[in-house]
Design a protein around this ligand. Structure first.
Ligand code: PAP
Length: 327
């Protein structure tokens, strides 16, 4: 590890990750694994947005994969019809690369100029930490949040079951001890210690921005998309300035996109069953687990759920932001 990074780490608070396999560092108000620090820094410092860019933003495990597929399909529907959609052969994460875990991880100065507009990228950064050019240009930000109970359970399951190149690496820590249980992580979770957290800071930044600048930030909820995907697809298209025409509606274009991006359809595509996500090395299938609202009840005791929810609600109090935790 380079000397300056080592020196920086010594100055940052650190805690265990959800699996207990690595340390998270609190850097500029966000908990991050060390492997992302450089990429996050380069992205936040160097990326120059174009007015036509679209940024898909989220706290991890809040519906990012789904929103990537939906946003891309809406924004590029005049280029690719549903029968020739690139999602039939490529992961949503390959088509909408993440600034931090993909682009700037591979190369601190990625060449992004050649991508045809609209360029669509994703980020898990807090709103306040986005590069100035994203916040101040006319580019659009589409954010998705999910109720904190399902989000944390999904994250925990991912951290424990995520296979890299087909091998379930994370069964034991390097010292041979088993991974942390949800009970063992619980105290950290309640303090906001999870990758890209605290949860409340991530969601609140985008929530406030969406209230102040509704033309700039669209704030969506996973549970609302599950309940009514059609009206949310219309919302996305209108926000992007490309509403569905009456003719498209009549021809069933919105239903086509909703079917294409549905959990069952994406999960059963060959690329998402057997592909591998580079440079991360995770199986594409790791991003499709259950796709339900309320699965937290199978993993958290009622008192753990109630207590964590209370903490989150206190953090969000006065903001007007609320969550639905059941179907
Ligand atoms: P990421 O932030 O690491 O990209 P993200 O896609 O946000 O991950 O989270 C994965 C969750 O979204 C999984 O939830 P689960 O663990 O509760 O099952 C995954 O199943 C769900 N998901 C992925 N694709 C879809 C989809 N098309 N529709 C609904 N849910 C989906």
């Amino acid at each position: 590890m380079e000397e300056d990074l080592q020196e920086l780490l010594l100055t940052l608070p650190s805690e265990k990750s959800l699996a207990g396999t690595k340390s998270l560092y609190l850097y500029k108000g966000t908990w991050l694994p060390v492997s992302f620090l450089r990429a996050v820094d380069s992205f936040q410092r160097d990326f120059i947005a174009q007015d036509t860019d679209i940024i898909v933003a989220s706290m991890p495990k809040s519906g990012t994969t789904w929103l990537k597929a939906l946003t891309f399909s809406v924004a590029k529907r005049h280029i690719y019809g549903p029968k020739e959609s690139p999602f039939l052969t490529a992961s949503p994460h390959a088509l909408v690369p993440c600034f931090e875990t993909d682009l700037y991880m591979k190369d601190p100065q990625p060449n992004l100029e050649q991508a045809p507009p609209p360029r669509i990228f994703s980020s898990h950064s807090h709103f306040a930490n986005l590069p100035e050019s994203i916040r101040n240009s006319k580019c659009k930000v589409v954010y998705i949040c999910r109720n904190p109970l399902d989000q944390v359970v999904s994250f925990f399951q991912f951290a424990h079951q995520c296979k890299q190149d087909g091998t379930p690496l994370l069964v034991y820590k390097q010292d041979g001890t088993p991974l942390l249980s949800l009970d063992e992580c619980y105290e950290n979770i309640c303090r906001g210690v999870l990758g890209r957290g605290p949860f409340w800071d991530n969601v609140l930044g985008y929530w406030k921005a969406s209230l102040e600048r509704p033309d700039k930030v669209l704030f969506l909820k996973y549970e609302d998309l599950k309940e009514d995907i059609i009206s949310n697809l219309k919302k996305i298209a209108e926000f992007l300035g490309i509403p569905f025409t009456d003719e498209e509606e009549k021809e069933g274009a919105i239903e086509e996109i909703s079917r294409l991006c549905s959990f069952d359809n994406l999960r059963n595509l060959e690329v998402n069953k057997n592909g591998v996500l580079r440079p991360f090395g995770a199986l594409n299938s790791s991003f499709f687990r259950k796709g339900e609202v309320g699965d937290w009840a199978n993993h958290l005791s009622p008192s753990m759920a109630e207590n964590y929810l209370k903490i989150v609600e206190e953090k969000l109090s006065g903001s007007g932001l609320t969550f639905r935790t059941s179907q």
